[in-house]
Design a protein around this ligand. Structure first.
Ligand SMILES: C=C(O[C@H]1C=CC=C(C(=O)O)[C@@H]1O)C(=O)O
Length: 401
């Protein structure tokens, strides 16, 4: 399926450098898919899934390489009326993740990541705004108009000097051992970069796998407190409900297209470098193995882990309450090949990095039992993935004092 397997540094070094303004990266488990160079960049509407899939297939056919190993990397926005961005790279290879990290490391020259002070922090939705929207959402639950809604904030960090984006990616790979790291050069000359913990869908031949997360608590450096956090999350009725809403929605969509859909009766716990989540691994055998991954992923997206339940009214209330478009944040990012296989994760724990500005995103699932202040703190904890990678966690806290 892929042009090559890069398993040692000598092989890697013959491939030049990782160029963030044109290369695409998607990491999964111990390996990563790296697309180098842009053979073709295009956009597609996502409102009609059949159209999306058939146009994507046409583009892949039209830009096919020598083998049948052509793949497209892409990112679908949160909003169904906006356009997805795709890149078919000049060259694609599957890399050993460790080798990729070593290769990236060799490209970060000593002294190139000296201090880069934070000049300004600008909230698109500040604490007062966010907590007020949670309160407003609670009134919608009271009127039985919604079961769940995901409310988010965006924050822009302005830096004194240009951000060393390669260094930030390197930090993400070092600081977060698990999760799906990604980097995608957007059409607006920014790089969308992060490490998502949440697999929306993987398709390998006849098998599909998903790992929805919902229900969260921050990690703690003290092992005693950490154990209390885990136990509290696992037994929290509020978080269990938040999680169940997502699982029910996914079951409804996947059951008709799968034989033997396996969904554990209760969630397990999954951790990232900064958070604990309730997690459920779902797997199924496709009734029609030729089903394209995006035919399913675009129907699942946005799940109630990013939007709410029922989906349409939740979506409408998000637009009204947040007051800013999410663009690519809380969309989905991944890749697919000509056979319709691929892997797509949700666009969270990430940032859009421009020369001097990093725009970050964090959201939280809100249900009737939510407390506005705790939900705000949850979004602050979720920002840490990127704040740590940008080395500004402390400076950011100072700004908020
Ligand atoms: C919206 C985010 O997280 C989602 C994914 C996992 C857990 C979530 C939660 O517990 O609220 C959110 O649904 C985010 O990280 O910005």
């Amino acid at each position: 399926m892929h042009a090559g397997e890069i398993s040692n540094l000598a092989q890697a070094q013959s491939l030049g450098e990782f160029l963030l303004d044109q290369d695409c990266l998607f990491v999964s488990g111990d390996s990563c898919l790296l697309g180098q160079g842009v053979k073709h960049r295009f956009k597609l509407p996502i409102a009609n899934t059949d159209y999306l899939v058939s146009e994507l297939q046409t583009q892949l056919r039209n830009h096919q390489g020598e083998n049948d190993n052509t793949i497209a990397f892409g990112v679908l926005p949160f909003c169904k009326y906006e356009m997805a961005q795709f890149i078919i790279p000049e060259q694609v290879a599957r890399w050993d993740k460790k080798v990729f990290s070593q290769w990236l490391n060799t490209q970060i020259t000593e002294g190139s990541h000296t201090e880069n002070p934070l000049k300004a922090v600008n909230y698109l939705q500040d604490r007062v705004h966010f907590e007020h929207t949670v309160q407003q959402a609670k009134e919608l639950f009271d009127k039985a108009l919604l079961d769940k809604i995901v409310l988010s904030k965006q924050v822009e960090l302005e830096f004194e000097h240009a951000i060393n984006r390669k260094h930030v990616l390197n930090q993400l790979l070092t600081q977060s051992q698990s999760g799906y790291h990604f980097a995608f050069p957007t059409e607006s000359e920014s790089v969308l970069m992060g490490v998502s913990p949440e697999l929306l869908l993987r398709k390998e031949g006849e098998t599909v796998t998903s790992n929805p997360l919902a229900g969260s608590i921050p990690r703690d450096p003290c092992s005693k407190v950490e154990a209390q956090h885990r136990a509290a999350l696992f037994s929290s009725k509020k978080d269990r409900y938040e999680h169940a809403v997502v699982i029910d929605d996914m079951r409804q969509l996947l059951e008709p297209v799968c034989d033997n859909l396996a969904i554990p009766a209760e969630p397990s716990l999954l951790h990232t470098a900064t958070m604990w989540h309730l997690s459920t691994v779902i797997s199924g055998h496709l009734k029609d193995p030729s089903t394209h991954i995006l035919a399913l992923a675009n129907q699942l997206h946005p799940t109630p882990a990013l939007c709410g339940k029922p989906t349409k009214p939740a979506y409408q209330h998000i637009l009204d309450l947040e007051g800013h478009g999410r663009d690519l944040f809380s969309g989905i990012i991944g890749w697919c090949d000509q056979q319709g296989n691929g892997e797509w994760v949700v666009v969270i724990r990430c940032g859009e990095l421009k020369a001097h500005v990093a725009k970050l995103f964090a959201g939280a699932g809100i249900v009737a039992a939510s407390d506005p202040s705790s939900e705000w703190l949850e979004t602050e904890a979720k920002l840490k993935t990127m704040l740590n990678a940008l080395s500004v966690q402390q400076a950011y806290t100072q700004f908020n004092k």
